[in-house]
Design a protein around this ligand. Structure first.
Ligand SMILES: Cc1ncc(COP(=O)(O)O)c(C=O)c1O
Length: 375
């Protein structure tokens, strides 16, 4: 059986990885400045991660959500503390799209409305609020037609207010920093006004922190740079450092009831063990401090490259904007200098999403390689 051909592939076959280094089947080493769409937060094969996951698989890997799972409880205690949302509760699922689907669903149950307000060029997975970030005209509309979605321009608060004032919006969903869309972000003023208008009209504010959360921006959640709070926060990617896990943090305003949400695999023992290892390493190795430190080093260093028009993003969620399309540059970086980087729907933007414990030396290697490829 052939694989359903939906992914353009680089001809690299990774077989082993440690920290920011990947080995391929031929024994060549690569530096990972992409982490498979920003998933690798604490580095590949971190020893604490390996310990937690292997010990867990030797005990119990999975049972359904019909039994007591102390690992879920541990995650449910730790996460709200570390993220500074102490009174929020946690629902666990398996991916980013699922986290957002549950957030949208919960908002509809809570408000009795179904319309969603999202932002142009945003990406929330293959969900009701998915927006086209590809050239494929077949996916320029919401994928799941159960919920009507209205799209506004980022930072156009007047239009947002106008839409919300119509009274039929259940939720606003927004990435604090757009990932796949190319690292545009709302201003602090915009986010504060957005929070205010959502409160005024009892619209649920969903912050999609699937890519920009879990320390990637230099704060645990990127929206904490703006001093705002969400009603629901969706998380995935860096949460499991490669083990599939997602979830939503839910405000105490929401009432739970049996059967309201549910999943077979969500919150399974192995996923929880992986996620607990991530939290432990984030805290014990002061990873957020490293993110801020390397961000400052990166911006200072890369600002000297005259071909770069703009450095976008925060922390280690960065984009280098050029005045040309970067597809060939990415190919050169991977095949000639053995460095993984990322693309986005902005074809002139090279995305940089390394593990959050990346070192200055590794950033230097990226710099030298980029300089070489730009000649
Ligand atoms: C901001 C954001 N939300 C949601 C998703 C969807 O996550 P998943 O691919 O795990 O379904 C992504 C994936 O890239 C994302 O970047």
């Amino acid at each position: 059986m052939s694989l359903f051909n939906v992914y353009p592939l680089y001809t690299v076959t990774p077989v082993k990885a440690l920290g920011s280094t990947i080995w391929d089947v031929k024994g060549d080493t690569y530096l990972d400045f992409y982490g498979g769409h920003g998933v690798i937060s604490i580095g590949h094969s971190h020893p604490i991660y390996i310990k937690y996951v292997t010990e867990q698989i030797n005990n119990i890997g999975f049972y359904s959500n019909s039994i007591i799972n102390p690992l879920q409880e541990k995650l449910g205690n730790l996460l709200p503390q570390i993220s500074e949302y102490p009174d929020y509760s946690l629902f666990l699922c398996n991916s980013g799209a699922e986290a957002n689907e549950n957030a949208l669903k919960l908002s509809s149950f809570h408000t009795g409305k179904s319309k969603v307000l999202a932002f142009k060029n945003s990406f929330h997975g293959r969900t009701s609020a998915a927006v086209a970030v590809t050239d494929n005209p077949k996916i320029t509309a919401p994928i799941n037609s159960q919920q009507e979605v209205v799209f506004c321009e980022l930072n156009d608060i007047e239009n947002v207010k106008k839409e919300i004032a119509k009274g039929d919006i259940a939720s606003v969903i927004i990435e604090t920093i757009q990932g796949v869309g190319g690292l545009d972000e709302g201003s602090t003023e915009f986010f504060r006004e957005l929070e205010k208008v959502c409160r005024e009209y009892h619209v649920v504010l969903i912050l999609d922190e699937i890519q920009c959360g879990y320390g990637r921006s230099g704060k645990f959640f990127a929206h904490q740079h703006h001093g705002i709070k969400a009603d629901i926060i969706s998380i995935a990617k860096g949460m499991g450092n490669g083990f599939p896990i997602g979830g939503i943090l839910i405000s105490p305003e929401f009432t739970s009831s049996y059967g309201l949400l549910g999943t077979t695999f969500g919150g399974n023992h192995l996923a929880c063990a992986a996620s607990l290892a991530v939290l432990e390493v984030l805290v014990s190795e002061h990873i957020l401090e490293n993110v801020q430190k390397q961000y400052e080093y990166f911006v200072k260093k890369f600002s000297s490259l005259s071909q770069i028009q703009k450095i976008k993003g925060k922390g280690l969620m960065l984009g280098l904007e050029f005045d040309f399309e970067v597809a060939e540059l990415r190919k050169k970086l991977i095949y000639e200098k053995k460095i993984f980087t990322g693309n986005s729907s902005n074809k002139n933007l090279l995305r940089v999403l390394p593990p959050l414990n990346i070192s200055q030396n590794e950033i230097d290697v990226l710099y030298d390689s980029l300089q070489f490829c730009l000649k």
